[in-house]
Design a protein around this ligand. Structure first.
Ligand SMILES: [Zn+2]
Length: 177
């Protein structure tokens, strides 16, 4: 296992120097992987019950190799790491949102479509005051948010992830750019 750090942003990996400001720091971990190679022409076969060379049809042979893959982090951890690159951020809690709930139109957030490393999507960001959550969720689970940013994440269900950050407006701008 190596402790090398890579940065992930919008489906791409970057090195430290070239990473965009909100890129998520990820560890690269070494895993063993098997590829099937043709003994005659060296072509790689698609894996199958009996992998064959796509060029000459010969039976391919397995070769074990070590590949570096980015660790998988969940949405909350990814966002916290990303936000911590530009401002101090603390995850404060999550509540489920009803997509067509009574209070939803009251909220003004910036719509986004950002893929996160775990495959979920950040669909919008709200940079504002804590009353956002208190007003919106008085009929459901509520929590008092001491900070002033809420990030909305789609991950199977519409979930509001709340982060306490120092400069919410700047963060919302970086996310939208
Ligand atoms: Zn071949």
């Amino acid at each position: 296992m190596v402790e090398e750090v890579a940065y992930w942003w919008r489906g791409r990996l970057y090195s430290g120097g070239e990473a965009p400001p909100l890129a998520v720091p990820l560890k690269l971990v070494e895993v063993e992987s098997v590829e099937w190679l043709c003994p005659k022409c060296g072509e790689r076969a698609e894996w199958g019950p009996e992998p064959r060379c796509p060029l000459c049809g010969a039976r391919c042979e397995p070769r074990t190799l070590v590949v570096e893959v980015p660790e998988l982090v969940d949405a909350v951890e990814a966002l916290e790491r990303a936000f911590n690159r530009v401002c101090r951020a603390r995850f404060r809690g999550a509540v489920a949102l009803e997509p067509f709930g009574l209070f939803l139109p009251l909220f003004t957030w910036r719509p986004l479509d950002l893929e996160l490393p775990d495959g979920s999507h950040l669909v919008g960001v709200y940079a504002g005051k804590p009353r956002f959550l208190k007003r919106g969720f008085r009929n459901g689970p509520t929590f008092e948010l001491p900070g002033n940013l809420a990030a909305i994440v789609w991950s199977g269900l519409l979930e509001c992830l709340a982060f306490e950050v120092e400069e919410p407006e700047r963060l919302a701008e970086l996310l939208s750019s």
